[in-house]
Design a protein around this ligand. Structure first.
Ligand code: NAD
Length: 320
């Protein structure tokens, strides 16, 4: 793995769940960090603890706006583009903004990287594989996405963003990379963001029934946030363009996840089965051989440990 250090890094979506952990990591490694976020799904509270750091600046701006990144002083040497609504509840509520974050937002971020000859990284997603017909998913798999289904605003936004990033690399020689992140969880997720881990934890802590979609047999490969951040930082430092899958190979059914969370919280909650959302993928597990080969990356935190840390964080936050 390359050892590369950044003088000035820009993290769009830096006040979100994943972005705030990345800002923290880059600051701890000595980079100056500019977080750009319009707080549509993120929160200033996620970065309050960083505000005192002399190397940290948080700019409240929409990355899809004209000239929105011009105020960032150069030269910037790393642009990490994470700004985009990411939970199904958020992108279904913000469909046009989600498509704009992947299109105009990605273009504005690419232009910033091009201005200064910076390394660029797009936070893409396992959702580009849609409801996959191939299992596990390799980067070579083109996916199975319904272009007019409700989830398409997110899936196609990221697919378009990947195409745009690739066009900048081919046309302008921009130093780009694409990471396809699989379901990541951990501290600082919003309890009400609709994703399975925070939803189940909140329901268990409140003694409510855990709402499992369908028969709960659908799987995800849940990745603890520290491992995802390691993978993103490793890809940024490498000369590799990707795309690279970053995700755990530990596949869990949603019913098993719900039961584990009930056990971990010591809750008396029951399980309630609810309708499965349209186009919900049945199975999800990455083939991570590219990440192992190119980045020497593999996850270090297993689901038992990651869930324990996350439950502890939610339980502590509920007391504040
Ligand atoms: P999040 O909602 O917590 O973070 C997204 C951040 O982007 C928020 O702070 C939001 O306010 C900001 N944002 C959205 N649109 C913006 C805009 N137009 N201008 C400026 N800021 C904007 O979600 P997250 O889970 O932290 O996801 C971060 C990124 O990682 C997203 O791009 C997401 O698609 C990608 N990703 C996440 C996961 C995951 O499991 N967490 C999986 C795959 C991909």
């Amino acid at each position: 793995m390359d050892e590369r250090r950044w003088n000035r890094a820009v993290v769009t979506g830096g006040a979100g769940f994943l972005g705030s952990h990345l800002c923290e990591r880059l600051l701890s490694e000595g980079s100056e960090v500019w977080c750009v976020d319009n707080l549509v799904t993120g929160s200033r509270a996620n970065v309050t603890h960083l505000e005192e750091h002399p190397g940290f600046t948080c700019v409240e701006a929409d990355v899809t706006g004209p000239g929105c990144l011009e105020a960032i002083p150069g030269p910037v040497d790393l642009v990490l583009h994470l700004a985009c609504p990411a939970s199904p509840a958020d992108y279904l509520r913000l469909p046009i903004q989600t498509l704009e974050a992947g299109s105009t937002g990605t273009r504005n971020c690419l232009e910033l990287a091009r201005r200064d000859g910076a390394r660029f990284l797009l936070a893409s997603t396992s959702e580009v594989y849609g409801d996959p017909l191939e299992h596990p998913q390799r980067e070579e798999y083109w996916g199975n996405v319904n272009p007019v289904g409700p989830r398409s605003v997110y899936d196609e936004s990221k697919r378009f963003a990947e195409a745009l990033v690739t066009a900048y690399r081919r046309t302008h020689g921009t130093d780009t990379s694409i990471v396809r992140i699989f379901n990541t969880y951990g501290p600082r997720m919003r309890a009400g963001d609709g994703r399975a881990v925070p939803t189940f934890i909140r329901q268990a802590l409140d003694g409510e029934p855990l709402t499992v979609a369908g028969d709960g047999g659908q799987t995800r490969s849940l990745t603890y946030v520290d491992d995802t951040v390691d993978g993103i930082v490793a890809l940024a430092a490498a000369a590799f363009p990707g795309p690279v899958n970053i995700g755990s190979c530990e596949e869990t059914t949603m019913l098993d996840l719900a039961r584990r969370i009930v056990d971990l919280t010591g809750s008396a909650s029951t399980i309630r089965f609810v309708d499965r959302p349209a186009d919900d993928p049945a199975r999800r597990r990455p083939d991570t051989s590219t990440a192992r080969r190119e980045l020497a990356w593999s996850p270090r935190v297993d689901c038992a440990e990651g869930l324990k840390r996350t439950v502890e964080w939610f339980a502590r936050s509920a007391l504040l």
